[in-house]
Design a binder for this molecule. Sequence first.
Ligand code: ZN
Length: 133
Amino acid sequence: MHKIEHIGIAVKNLENSNQLFARLFGESHYKVEKVDSEGVNTSFFQVGPNKIELLEASSPDSPIRKFIEKRGEGIHHIAFDVEDIHAEIARLKEEEFIVLNETPKRGADNKLVCFVHPKTTNGVLIELCQEIK
Ligand code: ZN
């Protein structure tokens, strides 16, 4: 892993939060994307060199809905940029972390992604992401 790719924030209402974070950052989001495989609507903000992803549930069984019910709105995950996601998944498994999907899946923003169970990372959901070239 070399750097934080983005930070994901769970929100109840994407439209309202897009406005709120635009006021906070002084800049609007640069894209909105629906990710059906994850049951989420997302939007992305660029803040200097950093990226923030907002996530809203798009279906009743969305993990974001469950997260907000349990813990409220707030930081949902931290995503790290990796060069070779397959190698990184193998390394983390060897280190006894639990990965939620052993086969990387297509996430938002043209990325292959894999999540690491927060149970094994002090309660922090970690996302690995590799840019699809
Ligand atoms: Zn993410």
